[in-house]
Design a protein around this ligand. Structure first.
Ligand code: SF4
Ligand code: SF4
Length: 669
């Protein structure tokens, strides 16, 4: 039997664990296991009183190892490591057993849960005996930061850092920063002009000496770890030289070809083939849409080149994509969201019934610089509607599409109603909602304002939008078929225009992005935060942070708050100068290495070098992230991973099988 003295602490977690697991029984049982010096149960082990128990026992009873059976190590491993350290023990001599997420939260069966708690606790007891004291490694932090995504969250993060004197690379895949907010006319509930509050920030980004703005660019490769990332960025060819171009716009004016603008104008308007997405775009330089450029497709035209007044000419048809490499210490992802495709719900008629519009189409229509100069009109572009129905929750709170609430749709639907009243005072406006959700500063007041403005509110999920009239007054109208649950009857509401308020959803490539940056995303494709309440801007990958709607549906104030929070977190790390890295690393026993080099190419962090003179491989400790790939790959079994040695893992496995092992084995363990 080992000489170690183990302290075991079983947590009730209030009733989270104790309501299913017989905590007293587990603690009493653990006290009888080999090497266990003391075994206790306590209401909240993470509380300061709980931590004091550990600290005092280490000092008074001379404990050399600690086991805490409680919640996930993601939650409190650091807490208990720190408690050990305060008691004078190396922080890596603690092991946690997760008897909450892996046990009490998964079953109501008290007998089985208590048995499993013993198994998990025993696994930790047997494993912790083999733990070794380890030291964390200090790693210097590169003070430069990469922000990916130039919407309001990314802009905020970039400006916060840049204003604090730190250099930022801001990468945006569209030709201009601004994101969805640049498309909006007004923002709820204050009805600020969206462009008026956004464009000064965009200009600040474009002119800031601490920001390298890389629009029309995408991240292709990310290597490294917190403090030391190396990132490859593809800067796509604009076919316009940014150093020579003055942004005069003559090329746009002279380009003879128009195409439908499906991105910024949401298909409601045209743009030229050489274009700036919108007048206030940052940067101001245009970009040639190669797919639709007649010169690129047919070898003729070059009107833009002919009329460009700069010397040398700014049009460069032979420009090619560039790959830039930047070194940064931290990365903030603010890659935003997309809107649900309303054609997925055919019964609402979008794409089939011409006067059914999406929310973003309406946003462009009411925008003074939009395709109708701010006039609310039907698809014929001249008739103002006398009645409008706005349908909330299109694709949200729907078992068939997204179960979640998109959080912003009620409020932007109310904004639409207000804008219709403002522009067409005698129009009847109907808002069809499932539940009215207005949690936010001034939001409920805005709803009350809409009640006073005379909006008709119908509580019920719309079943169908149709043009099949049943009565004379329905002729030529769109009929919204809805069950009004407040009065308990079906209604048919004839209107001239229907506006759908689609769900916010994750970007279509969010899973690919999460793999590129080696972090997680949830079932809906939103990036996974380290903790949904306590750490919403960090991820499980150190040095990679998230902000804005890439983490989940969010309005402008929340996106701004997250952008600033992510920047503050990064600024704090930069100020520290170094970060302590987990000492979980691989090492190769040099004298036993056969030099087969199998491990060399398997390391995803390029952390293994081969010494040709000695014919042995070696792990560069500073680069190793402890993923364990090489440990598993080595055919000679001579690579070991600190904190995950064979002794530790096999003991843990044996420990978890305590109740199926023969009694003599258990005793001899
Ligand atoms: S005409 Fe030349 S200088 Fe003017 S915006 Fe076009 S490319 Fe730039
Ligand atoms: S454990 Fe091995 S494969 Fe993984 S990062 Fe370290 S050296 Fe590379």
């Amino acid at each position: 039997m080992s000489e170690e003295k183990i302290g075991v602490y079983i947590c009730h977690c209030g009733t989270n664990i104790a309501k299913v697991v017989d905590v007293e029984d587990v603690a009493e049982w653990a006290g009888n296991q080999p090497n266990v010096e003391v075994s206790r149960e306590y209401k909240f082990m993470c509380s300061s009183l709980g931590q004091d128990l550990i600290e005092e026992d280490i000092k008074e009873k001379g404990l050399t190892r600690i086991v805490v059976s409680s919640c996930s190590p993601h939650m409190h491993e650091k807490t208990f490591r720190t408690a050990c350290e305060r008691g004078g023990l190396n922080p890596f001599l603690v092991e946690m057993a997760n008897i909450r997420e892996h046990n009490s939260w998964t079953t109501d069966d008290k007998v089985a849960a208590t048995q499993k708690a013993k198994a998990l606790t025993n696994a930790a007891i047997e494993r912790v005996v083999h733990h070794q004291p380890l030291e964390q490694l200090p790693v210097e932090i590169n003070p430069n930061t990469l922000v990916v995504g130039g919407g309001i969250a990314g802009i905020t993060a970039a400006l916060e850092l840049a204003n604090g004197g730190r250099h930022v690379y801001l990468v945006e895949r569209e030709p201009s920063i601004g994101g969805h907010m640049a498309q909006l006319d007004k923002t709820f509930p204050t009805l600020d002009c969206s462009a008026c509050i956004l464009t000064p920030k965009m200009v600040d980004v474009g002119q800031h000496p601490n920001i390298t703005l890389l629009t029309w660019s995408e991240v292709e490769k990310v290597d490294g770890f917190i403090g030391n990332f190396t990132v490859n960025i593809r800067k796509k060819a604009r076919y316009v030289n940014e150093e020579h171009c003055t942004g005069c716009g003559i090329c746009i004016e002279k380009c003879p070809f128009n195409v439908v603008d499906d991105i910024f104008e949401a298909g409601m308007g045209d743009r030229k083939v050489i274009y700036r997405p919108f007048p206030q775009a940052v940067p101001k330089y245009p970009v040639i849409d190669k797919e639709n450029c007649v010169y690129f497709q047919k070898g003729k035209c070059k009107a833009c080149e002919k009329f460009c007044p700069t010397e040398p000419n700014s049009i460069e048809f032979d420009q090619e994509d560039e790959i830039l490499t930047v070194d940064v210490g931290n990365i903030i992802l603010a890659t935003g969201f997309q809107l649900f495709d309303s054609t997925n719900i055919p019964q609402y008629g979008y794409g089939r019934l011409q006067n059914v519009f999406t929310g973003i189409e309406f946003e462009r229509m009411v925008n003074a610089s939009g395709p109708t100069d701010g006039k609310i009109v039907l698809r014929d572009k001249k008739t103002a509607p006398k009645s409008v129905a706005i349908i909330h929750c299109v694709g949200s709170r729907d078992e068939n599409y997204h179960k979640y609430c998109s959080k912003i749709c009620c409020m932007y639907s109310l904004k639409f109603a207000h804008l219709v009243h403002e522009r067409i005072p005698d129009a009847e406006v109907y808002n069809c909602y499932i539940d009215m959700r207005t949690p936010g500063k001034g939001y409920e007041e805005f709803y009350n304002r809409l009640l006073e403005e005379g909006t008709h509110f119908i509580r019920g999920k719309v079943a169908e939008v149709t043009n099949a009239a049943r009565k004379p007054e329905e002729e030529g109208k769109l009929i919204v078929q809805v069950e009004d649950t407040l009065i308990g009857r079906q209604r048919r509401v004839p209107v001239d225009m229907v506006i759908l308020s689609p769900a916010m959803e994750a970007q279509p490539d969010s899973k690919g992005i999460s793999q590129l940056f080696k972090m997680g995303c949830d079932f809906d494709g939103f990036f996974t935060e380290r903790h949904p309440k306590l750490d919403p801007v960090a991820t499980m990958t150190d040095g990679i942070l998230i902000a804005g709607a890439c983490q989940g549906p969010k309005d402008v104030p929340d996106s701004v708050a997250q952008g600033a929070a992510a920047a503050a977190r990064v600024a704090g790390l930069i100020n520290l100068g170094t970060v302590m890295m987990e000492p979980v690393r691989a090492s190769i026993h040099q004298e036993e290495c056969s030099g087969c080099r199998i491990c060399n190419n398997m390391c995803p962090y390029n952390a293994i070098v081969f010494h040709a003179d000695r014919k042995v491989s070696e792990v560069i400790t500073a680069l190793c992230q402890g993923c364990g790939t090489c440990v598993a790959a080595c055919p000679s079994g001579i690579i070991s991973g600190a904190h995950f040695t064979n002794d530790q893992l096999f003991s843990q496995i044996e420990g978890i099988l305590w109740d199926v092992r023969p009694e003599k084995e258990l005793v001899s363990a």
